[in-house]
Design a protein around this ligand. Structure first.
Ligand SMILES: Cc1ncc(COP(=O)(O)O)c(C=O)c1O
Length: 394
């Protein structure tokens, strides 16, 4: 039996592959510091877990509305309106199992062969995977270290054509930790306002930022709300990756399409987790604030540590929980280096090339790990640095 042709065009996420390799090494007795997987190492805050338990005891164990519980959609609409400075209602919200379905469903609903999609590269691998899967044309937008891991607006303008149907933005960004400056987003909004395009604005890291101001959403600029899909969710902000709950905020005509795809796939998102979602958005904020403060401390420490390693140059990320050092000074490809670090130093990081061709020359380390483990990782890397130190140019 042959798989459908389209399956030859779908990609995967290397973080999960590297995790499997790292676990296999551990099974053989090697110790590995895990800096590959992008998930907070904190427990889900207790009041959220309690709300889920109460919901289970209270019988929230059956099917619910496809679009999501109305109370949760109300809460999300109020939260997104407040945090993005926009006005949206529950009719604009689709609750789905994780943030990823807000890439999958809207792309499935919108893209046709020949449509062009501009997307960040290096970037979350699922964008490129889905664009290719649907037979649309993937138009990479280089994310540039020299621009603080944002992108060049002239290059962006050059990539816009009459066939551009969608633009994917991700800020704060995976894998670079870059944040697109407010002024750049304003300029992008101006370029897109009169075009028949839709923006998929992946804001899953919207609460994990280190600057004074929260990252801007492109939806907040005049004329953009009706052409933007905001992707957000609970996985990163509330350390709820395993709960599988996220949401999209989008124009109602797209919500209708996403509902149809949900009916055909999941029917609805788990009901008791949605009750816990209400608790997450309305409950105390101190645990999230403490988590972000700890990420900041670790960010400062790992960036400083990585910058001591010959051949590494690490910019200070503005958000998310990833450090993305430039490792071209080692003279090795990022894949060779990532393998060497895993097999010889016991440090699992991700080859930047796995995030797209413009990620070559970088390695992604997730600093969602304890400070002692991060420091251990840096000293393990130091210990094998003699393998490339001779060629390192700093
Ligand atoms: C940029 C980005 N978007 C979306 C997601 C998906 O989040 P979820 O686990 O909620 O599906 C991730 C997770 O790693 C991500 O990094």
């Amino acid at each position: 039996m042959k798989l459908a042709e389209r399956m030859s065009r779908i990609g995967v996420e290397s973080a999960f592959d590297v995790l499997v390799k790292a676990r296999a090494l551990e099974a053989k007795g090697q110790s590995v510091v895990h800096l590959e997987i992008g998930e907070p190492d904190f427990p889900t805050p207790a009041h959220i877990v309690e709300a889920a338990k109460e919901a289970l005891d209270g019988g929230w164990t059956h099917y619910g509305p496809t679009q999501g519980l109305p109370e949760l959609r109300e809460t999300i609409a109020a939260y997104v309106s407040r945090t993005r400075g926009i006005q949206v209602g529950p009719q604009h919200v689709s609750v789905v199992p994780g943030g990823k379905p807000i890439i999958f469903f809207p792309m499935l609903a919108l893209l046709e062969p020949g449509d062009e999609v501009i997307y960040p590269n290096p970037g979350f691998p699922i964008y490129e995977s889905m664009i290719n899967f649907l037979g649309a044309k993937a138009v990479p937008m280089p994310i540039e270290e020299k621009r603080g891991f944002s992108f060049d607006l002239d290059l962006f303008r050059d990539r816009l054509t009459d066939r551009t149907k969608m633009v994917v933005l991700n800020s704060p960004q995976n894998p670079t930790g870059g944040v697109i400056p407010h002024e750049d987003l304003k300029a992008i909004a101006e370029m897109l306002r009169d075009r028949d395009v839709i923006v998929l604005s992946d804001e899953i890291y919207s609460r994990i930022y280190y600057g004074a101001e929260a990252p801007t959403s492109i939806a907040s600029f005049p004329g953009m709300l009706e052409k933007t899909i905001i992707l957000d969710g609970f996985s990163k902000t509330y350390a709820m990756t395993g709960w599988r709950m996220g949401y999209g905020v989008m124009p109602e005509w797209l919500v209708t399409a996403v509902n149809k795809l949900m009916v055909n796939s999941n029917s609805c998102t788990a009901s008791f987790t949605q009750r816990a979602g209400i608790a997450a958005l309305t409950g105390p904020r101190h645990e999230v604030d403490a988590m972000v403060a700890e990420f900041r401390r670790r960010r400062d420490a790992i960036v400083e540590g990585l910058n001591q390693i010959p051949g590494f140059r690490c910019a200070m990320p503005g958000g998310a929980f990833y450090a993305f050092p430039n490792v071209t000074g080692t003279g090795m490809s990022s894949k060779e280096l990532a393998d060497l670090l895993l097999y010889e130093a016991g440090v699992a990081g991700l080859d930047g090339g796995a995030f797209g061709k413009y990620g070559e020359g970088y390695i992604r380390f997730s600093y969602a790990n304890s400070m002692p483990n991060l420091m251990d990782a840096v000293s393990r890397i130091q210990k094998v640095a003699d393998r490339w130190a001779a060629v390192a140019v700093r």
